[in-house]
Write a protein that binds this ligand. Structure first.
Ligand SMILES: NC(=O)c1ccc[n+]([C@@H]2O[C@H](COP(=O)([O-])OP(=O)(O)OC[C@H]3O[C@@H](n4cnc5c(N)ncnc54)[C@H](O)[C@@H]3O)[C@@H](O)[C@H]2O)c1
Length: 466
């Protein structure tokens, strides 16, 4: 029986391995992590991450051919294929701080693999890593373990949180990069065989190692760039009376452009886009490619601008101050259908509102109160001005304004008449995800701001740029 071990039981490692186990009953899959608490949660009733459909997949395979364990070394030593899906955050200090990827977790995983391996292994980069990381990994493995042959492959993950299970079941493509040697090709074929059990052959793409590593960074940069592009246009729409939804729909009908990822909003978040672009910028700079670096950096700058612009809209609309006013924040996750709040725009928006003296009351269907408080404390915000509510009605009760920061479906179906009746007047609603029907809310009596849409008379002429 082929044995797979995945180091890192996070948002990528957990769902990816669960789907491999589901589709490959003859393969034994062990997911290991240094966090005993995370492993306990994977083995319990409440999984450590929220993903639609994931519970069912895990329930079908757990204990059959899918195992979660904190016994990292044993499972690594027994495996034929070792996926490494550890976190690769942005470095916070030292060389490349603020841009380069921090490969500490990766390096310690690689050293451990070298230490415990007694049989040949295929080591698969599942984490997003800088291009050329495989070379460094090969050196660590071969210099620390002579008796064993390792083949390093790059197999970046393209799943999106919120749709991870569907993305894994029906991927647009699976990308596998390997060395262009006989042993490298054999390793690529072995990994291909795993995916070929459910992914059509024409969707499994093989490349050299560096193309695979760079593709992941490039794909995230392209996705984020589309969001910053439509957000840049949204600012111009507000200045001119154009409607960004109309513009985006018509632009997206061009077959060369396509309709996806053209929704204007308060900015992108999540653990990947910013970190991967910063990493790309850093790699460009290290190669002396300053213009490409500046180009990609601008994607992040427009994203920051969009968040600042939103806060300025809120404050300037409300008589230039939110001091002492209650602002309900609906949605804290960086997107709907996930409980993940890493790099969520909600953190920056709350920070801006709190800095102006607002009392924010947050409601999110999936992000826990502890997580919300932890995220806001991490950016230095005083907790006495932060409340967390159990539902949208509680959050909005007595509030002067509502800010919608995540596009959860339930925010479309709220009883806005009831909410309006319970709010201070004038009642403001700032829709950072364009989920509500502005016209309907105006009829109820709200003053509404929707990103990139023709402005309410109340908002015209007010500064929108921080
Ligand atoms: N989250 C996404 O949507 C997504 C999508 C595609 C790619 N990625 C990439 O995948 C990688 C993992 O992302 P994630 O969101 O799953 O991260 P995560 O933080 O959710 O999970 C990483 C896990 O690795 C564990 N870990 C770290 N070092 C370890 C070690 N030496 N031994 C055992 N366990 C260790 C951590 O305890 C943690 O549970 C990152 O490189 C990320 O950029 C993420």
């Amino acid at each position: 029986m082929v044995k797979i071990c995945c180091i890192g039981a996070g948002y990528v490692g957990g769902p990816t391995m669960a789907v491999i186990a589901l589709k490959c009953p003859s393969i034994e899959v062990a997911v290991v992590d240094i966090s005993a608490a995370r492993i306990a949660a994977w083995n319990g009733d409440e999984l450590p991450i929220y993903e639609p459909g994931l519970d069912e997949v895990v329930r079908q395979c757990r204990g059959r051919n899918l195992f979660f364990s904190a016994d990292v070394e044993r499972h690594v030593s027994e495996a034929d294929i070792v996926f490494v899906s550890v976190n690769t955050p942005t470095k916070t200090r030292g060389l490349g701080a603020g841009k380069a990827a921090d490969l500490t977790y990766w390096e310690s995983a690689a050293r451990m693999i070298a230490d415990v391996s007694k049989s040949d292994k295929i080591v698969v980069e599942k984490s997003t890593v800088p291009v050329k990381t495989a070379e460094a990994i090969e050196k660590i493995l071969t210099h620390n373990c002579n008796a064993v042959n390792f083949q390093v492959l790059s197999n970046p993950e393209f799943l999106a949180e919120g749709t991870a299970v569907q993305d894994l079941l029906r991927p647009d493509r699976v990308l596998i990069g390997g060395r262009e040697t006989a042993a490298g090709r054999k390793a690529v074929d072995a990994l291909k065989d795993v995916y070929a059990r459910w992914v059509p052959a024409d969707r499994i793409v093989t490349t050299n190692l560096w193309s695979a590593e760079l593709t992941k960074l490039a794909a995230n940069a392209f996705l984020a760039q589309r969001i910053s592009s439509v957000n840049a246009i949204s600012a111009l729409c507000e200045a001119t009376g154009a409607d960004v939804s109309e513009v985006a729909a018509a632009v997206g009908m061009d077959g060369r452009i396509g309709p996806k990822f053209l929704t204007a909003g308060v900015g992108f978040g999540g653990s990947c886009f910013q970190k991967d672009i910063l990493n790309l910028v850093y790699i460009c700079e290290r190669h002396g490619l300053h213009e490409p670096a500046a180009y990609w950096k601008q994607v992040i700058e427009v994203n920051d601008y969009q968040k600042r612009r939103f806060v300025t809209r809120v404050v300037s609309s409300m008589f230039n101050t939110v001091s002492g006013k209650k602002v309900a924040v609906l949605g804290f996750a960086f997107k709907k259908d996930t409980g993940d709040s890493r790099e969520t725009p909600a953190i920056d928006v709350c920070k801006g509102l709190l800095a102006d003296g607002a009392a924010v009351c947050v409601y999110d269907p999936q992000v826990t109160e502890d997580q919300i408080r932890q995220d806001l404390a991490a950016v230095g915000e005083p907790m006495r001005q932060v409340g967390v509510a159990r539902d949208a009605y509680e959050a909005a009760g007595g509030a002067h304004a509502i800010c919608i920061l995540t596009e959860w479906d339930e925010f479309k179906a709220l009883d806005y008449r009831r909410i309006f009746d319970g709010m201070q007047k004038p009642a403001f609603l700032f829709d950072g995800r364009n989920v509500v029907d502005g016209g309907e809310l105006r009829r109820i009596g709200f003053i509404v701001y929707s990103i990139g849409k023709p402005l309410d008379p109340w908002l015209r002429g007010m500064p929108a740029v921080a």
